[in-house]
Design a protein around this ligand. Structure first.
Ligand SMILES: C[S@@+](CC[C@H](N)C(=O)[O-])C[C@H]1O[C@@H](n2cnc3c(N)ncnc32)[C@H](O)[C@@H]1O
Length: 926
């Protein structure tokens, strides 16, 4: 397999804006988008069964498998009871259920356990009893985009394109440049270098793809899931991007208020019933992906906390419950009775016995301990006293060099050996002219020798009530984190958040530190604005994140691409983060422990005359000063399109079962009936009425009237799991023109570039004007979500106007520049074109050497936000201001021609729609 020169990989550790890569990790090669017609490795849908012990109901009447099972188990219990201990059968007994699942009983214990499970109380809801299993289509993932902040920075340096640095750029994209033949033949068989992954699609389908195509069962160390809360959250509207920084007032006129878009849908067809089905299915697949020592966190509000906990008990086993963490989401809130300020994290292990768990500590200071058990003080002269009420409230009132301490238990209730505290003993101790003994039911935590050492070290103190151990606050400058987190509120106003429902990074960070090591794999099936991916990137973990909506995915892409992080020193740079971070013991001028290794003086260490223990504060690795790290290479993938040859003779010849296509068309028709609204942009809509299936049609899927003008319009739906093909558009436009519809709407989840071209030229070429309408990918979640007028399901896509210029040559080499003139969206009601200036789109991306397959993001522009500002500040002066001006505008930085002689521009509109335009270099104007 052709690969880029390996030695360049080590270049990833260069000190100039480095990023972390994961040289030891591998992943199966996925094909690039564009090769789907050749990709033939289809797989059957996968069947998942719910745990057979979780009977949806135990009815003793009628024909019910639960009754049969119950009676079978009772008979086995009777038989096994007659056998000698341990009451095991010579051969295991097996009962096969109607759905194919098996119950296996080896003896009395198994039979009793199964019977108990059968009669356990359970959560029931509409639709649960009917489904003992479910099927998920097995779809491959295609790589759509490759991104690398370092590649963008390198490209902007504007050095000559040579064979050598051409490879280097590919290496920065972590793209070994597989040939098309390799991609098709070796996809999902050969290993490739690991890259982090942002995936568009329904988490159920994507997780199934990871399992079915990539065999990733048992490989994920931690899953963080922040699903919709299932509470009809009607207010999750937000502008896709806000203008954060207005530099030139006169530009303001150019820029309209960004459109409010629905971030994602949280209204469920059968309310809580659909929601519980949605959650149960996804949790089941999540469990399959988890490593034996892995863990899962589900973020949820108090409204459905109890239901989700029931589901998790049922899926993971109540014995694998680790904690219910409550974390502060806001510092204040209003409500009728007790306002809610917390959200919850349900934390389960895949197997509690094997759970990977790292203690996480919070700093312990006088301030954090105010009013707590630390109520005593030792003064500079060695005298000791209680703290005054004023000192307890204000540590600044303490005398200089005072050491604060608390009295702690010196006795252990256990009658045997106290874990780690030396031999437990019962003997008299003399102090302050009194003799002290443990109570009859207890023992000292150390032996006589140890007690003498504690006394010599002035670690004993007697009060009226007993003898105690003196624990100074600085014995250990940290404290173990509990299940109540109060420091997780996102600072600033709600509007400062990138995403309406953005999770606090601190909460995710803590979960990550508790349950993973650098280099481990983290999965978030509910990406949103990418908080988990961001935190995983920050801490050198590998990540995969999934979302079914385009807006959050676009936000996550932008957030990751423009992020800056500290460079944590690696113990072995060749191994990457998997080799671990460097931790050191350090003190500041005040003598406070500020390093990642902190001494921990304990009763045991003093009593046994041992050096103090040392704890590692995992979140305090050594930082390489003056080095700005950026996000490592990552890819954008999607389940769309699938292994279907849409270039064939239409649906019938495509390999898709025409019956399943028809049922998909019927479902889409129903969605269009219930939600007869097309979003045009700028908050405008096209209303439809009389949506129905056309009589005697060859290629059209639906017809309707425009509500305002009453003109008849036709629709064609692209495939469920594929891109709209040119052929589909051609056939539909031919029929729409022949039948005199005034307009054709082509509705799809994705569209091939040549099909898009035909749509835009349809009026001239086919005699009927056509418009491409993007459907939200969450429709693929089937009938779980409610489709209403307000659902924002269909959005009319605009057409970017792109100009390719010849720029001034440099060192004799021809150079080019791309200018985004704007985005035109046709409003079929008013028959007017809405023009949005290039400076006024949320984002656009440029591939300066487009190979017709995967889009390599060589330059990324965020004209409406100050997205690059942090990086610009961090890299002070390394690049000329003009470079940053380009990245915040509508005209690219100059670039040299690549080997493919064409460029691609991807424009992202306010609704997260992606619009691709390809230009040949020979089209460049001077
Ligand atoms: C509450 S938000 C997550 C916010 C995220 N924690 C953050 O910090 O930005 C839930 C996300 O789950 C996504 N989602 C809902 N159902 C999904 C599904 N079936 N597959 C993938 N993503 C889904 C929604 O589009 C939404 O972006």
């Amino acid at each position: 397999m052709p690969r880029g020169p390996k030695k360049l990989k080590e270049a990833a550790v260069v000190r100039e804006t480095p990023s972390y890569t994961h040289p030891e990790a591998e992943v199966l090669l996925r094909p690039e988008v564009g090769t789907q017609a050749q990709f033939r490795k289809k797989k059957e849908p996968r069947q998942y069964r719910y745990d057979s012990s979780l009977a949806p109901q135990l009815s003793w009447d009628g024909k019910n498998w639960a009754r049969e099972t119950g009676e079978w188990l009772l008979r086995l219990i009777e038989e096994a009871a007659k056998l000698p201990a341990p009451h095991e059968f010579i051969e295991k007994q097996v009962l096969r259920r109607p759905d194919g699942a098996e119950i296996v009983v080896r003896g009395l214990a198994d039979a009793v356990r199964e019977l108990k499970a059968l009669s356990r109380p359970f959560l029931d809801w509409a639709g649960k009893a009917e489904r003992l299993s479910f099927q998920v289509p097995s779809l491959p993932l295609f790589v759509h985009e490759r991104l690398s902040t370092r590649a963008i920075l390198e490209t902007l340096k504007g050095h000559r394109r040579s064979k050598e640095n051409q490879h280097q750029i590919f290496e920065l994209f972590a793209n070994p440049k597989h040939s098309i033949a390799d991609q098709v033949l070796k996809a999902y068989e050969h290993k490739d270098d690991w890259v982090n992954r942002l995936i568009l699609g329904d988490s159920l389908v994507v997780m199934n793809s990871l399992l079915a195509y990539e065999g990733m069962a048992g490989q994920v160390q931690m899953i963080y899931m922040d699903p919709p809360y299932g509470v009809k959250f009607g207010s999750n509207f937000q502008p896709f991007v806000r203008k954060r920084d207005v530099k030139h007032n006169d530009d303001e006129d150019l820029t309209r208020e960004p459109e409010m878009v629905k971030a994602y849908r949280d209204t469920w067809e059968l309310g809580l019933h659909s929601y519980l089905t949605y959650m149960r299915d996804r949790l089941l697949l999540a469990r399959e992906l988890m490593s034996p020592s892995g863990s899962v966190f589900v973020q949820i509000s108090d409204e459905n906390l109890h239901h989700v906990r029931e589901l998790m008990d049922a899926t993971f086993g109540s014995e694998n419950f680790v904690a219910n963490i409550q974390f502060a989401k806001t510092s204040s809130s209003t409500g009728e009775h007790l306002p809610a300020t917390n959200d919850y994290l349900l934390f389960y292990a895949r197997d509690i016995e094997r759970l990977k768990f790292r203690d996480v500590y919070l700093p312990k200071t006088l301030e954090t301990e105010i009013g707590g058990p630390y109520g005593w003080v030792e003064l500079d002269d060695g005298s000791r006293r209680r703290m005054t009420p004023e000192e307890r409230l204000n540590p600044n009132a303490l005398p200089k060099k005072a050491r604060v301490y608390r009295l702690d238990n010196l006795q252990s209730q256990s009658m045997g050996r106290e874990k780690g505290e030396g031999a437990a003993s019962w003997f008299p101790v003399e102090l302050d002219d009194r003799e002290w003994r443990p109570s009859m039911r207890a023992r000292w935590k150390t032996n006589e020798e140890g007690m003498t050492r504690l006394k010599d070290a002035r670690r004993l103190q007697a009060t009226e009530t007993g003898l105690y151990y003196v624990r100074f606050i600085d014995d250990f400058a940290a404290q173990q984190v509990s299940s109540s987190w109060t420091d997780t509120v996102i600072a600033g106003f709600a509007s400062d958040k990138l995403y309406v429902v953005q999770t606090s990074s601190k909460a995710v960070e803590r979960c990550l530190h508790m349950t993973t090591d650098p280099g481990d794999l983290v999965l978030d099936p509910t990406c949103g604005s990418g908080t988990t991916a961001f935190v995983a990137e920050q801490w050198g973990r590998r990540w995969v994140t999934i979302d079914t909506s385009r807006v959050p995915l676009a936000l996550a892409r932008q957030r990751l691409l423009t992020a800056t992080f500290s460079y944590y020193q690696l113990t072995d740079e060749k191994r990457g983060p998997a080799g671990g971070f460097v931790y050191e013991r350090k003190q500041n001028k005040k003598g406070e422990e500020v390093g990642g290794i902190v001494p921990h003086v304990t009763l045991k260490s003093i009593a046994n005359d041992e050096p103090a223990d040392e704890e590692v504060l995992v979140d305090r690795p050594e930082v390489e000063s003056k080095v700005t790290r950026v996000t490592g290479p990552f890819v954008v993938e999607a389940t769309i399109p699938t292994p279907v040859d849409w270039e064939g003779d239409g649906i019938e010849d495509s390999g898709v079962d025409p019956r399943s296509y028809r049922s998909f068309v019927e479902r889409m028709l129903e969605v269009l009936r219930r939600s007869p609204v097309l979003q045009v942009g700028g908050g405008k809509t096209v209303m439809l009425k009389g949506v129905r299936a056309p009589a005697r049609t060859l290629s059209l899927s639906a017809e309707a009237f425009l509500a305002v003008t009453e003109r008849p319009v036709a629709f064609v739906f692209g495939p469920e799991n594929g891109a709209v093909s040119e052929k589909l558009v051609y056939e539909a436009a031919k029929e729409a023109a022949a039948k005199s519809y005034s307009h054709l709407y082509v509705i799809g989840f994705a569209i091939q570039p040549n099909a898009r071209q035909l749509v835009d030229q349809s009026e001239a070429a086919m005699g009927v004007a056509a418009t491409y309408v993007q459907a939200t990918p969450d429709l693929l979640m089937g009938d779980l979500l409610k489709n209403m007028r307000s659902s924002q399901i269909f959005s009319v896509c605009g057409l970017p106007e792109v100009k390719l210029h010849r720029a001034a040559p440099k060192d004799g080499a021809a150079r080019y520049q791309v200018e985004l003139l704007g985005l035109d969206t046709f409003d079929p009601t008013t028959m007017e074109v809405d023009h949005r200036h290039g400076d006024d789109v949320p984002a656009w991306l440029l591939d300066t050497d487009y190979n017709g397959l995967c889009f390599h993001v060589c330059q990324a522009f965020f004209p409406r936000t100050a997205a690059w500002d942090d990086l610009k500040r961090a890299l002070k002066g390394q690049y000329e201001d003009s470079v940053w001006d380009h990245l915040a505008g509508a005209k690219s930085a100059p670039f040299e021609a690549g080997e493919h002689g064409q460029v691609a521009v991807k424009v992202i509109d306010d609704r997260g729609n992606e619009l691709l335009v390809v230009k040949k270099l020979e089209e460049a104007s001077t």
